[in-house]
Design a protein around this ligand. Structure first.
Ligand SMILES: Nc1ncnc2c1ncn2[C@@H]1O[C@H](COP(=O)(O)OP(=O)(O)OP(=O)(O)O)[C@@H](O)[C@H]1O
Ligand SMILES: [Mg+2]
Length: 229
């Protein structure tokens, strides 16, 4: 099977502030990630992992460079669309350290929130969400609130939610930081399986060396550039 590109980045830079408060975080990052890959992102605190993820997620504006999502060029020293928020809703899935499920919505409603915002009909959104909940072995909790689930169960719901809009890429910022080792391994194995089975790219920030062997590649930020191990 031919490898399909999920994202391509050329010469991306990001700095904050100006004058005395100027700080350069990323300076000339270039890389490609293909669909089906689980990539770990490892670097010391403050190196720019979250900043890089948020640029890929169209949440933070790069300073300069070029960026393709799938085959579509979305950034060339400026966003090439006047609605980067829509790209984010339609093409990106996010998983965070804390699950950030909405406490007053049940599990099913949490998973269908973004598809509903994208105007997917309720019936279709619910059917897809139930499929995902079954896949994650959590369908029996569909009508429970997040407060009635365990940490690991909520993180699985959060992963289902990230998949609900059939994203081009899933960005996971330390998704296992709040879990014990056994649960962390099970979440990472799950991400690996999703990447392969759903043919989606996943970038996962982790500080835990034990998770690296489950990933296809390890990406690092060194001297403000991206290197692969
Ligand atoms: N909005 C901002 N304004 C100014 N500086 C910022 C801003 N956001 C991030 N930075 C700076 O950019 C650098 C990278 O931050 P980032 O949060 O991306 O690091 P990180 O690798 O995710 O760290 P951690 O492992 O601690 O989460 C830091 O020096 C930070 O202070
Ligand atoms: Mg961070």
């Amino acid at each position: 099977m031919k490898k399909e590109q999920s994202i391509r980045i050329e010469n991306l830079t990001k700095s904050f502030g100006s004058g005395d408060s100027f700080v350069s975080v990323i300076d000339g990052a270039s890389f490609t990630i293909n669909k089906g890959e689980l990539v770990a992102l490892v670097a010391p605190s403050g190196a720019g992992k979250t900043t890089l993820l948020m640029m890929i997620g169209c949440v933070v504006d790069p300073t300069s460079g070029q960026f393709w999502l799938g085959e579509e060029k979305v950034y060339n020293n400026r966003w090439l669309t006047n609605n980067s928020r829509q790209i984010r809703r339609e093409k990106i899935g996010f998983i965070f350290q804390a699950h950030y499920l909405i406490p007053f919505l049940n599990v099913l409603e949490n998973v269908t929130l973004v598809p509903q915002t994208n105007k997917i009909p309720t019936k279709e959104a619910n059917a897809h969400a139930m499929e995902l909940l079954k896949y994650f072995d959590i369908a029996e909790k569909a009508y429970n609130k997040p407060s009635q689930l365990s940490g690991g169960q909520n993180q699985r719901v959060a992963i289902a939610r990230a998949l609900a809009n059939n994203p081009q890429i899933i960005l996971a910022d330390e998704p296992t930081a709040a879990l014990d080792t056994e649960r962390s391994i099970s979440v990472v194995k799950m991400l690996k399986k999703i990447a392969a089975e759903q043919n989606v790219a996943i970038i996962m920030v982790t500080h835990d060396e034990r998770m690296l062997k489950y990933c296809d590649r390890v990406m690092k930020i060194e001297a403000k550039k991206i290197v692969f191990e």
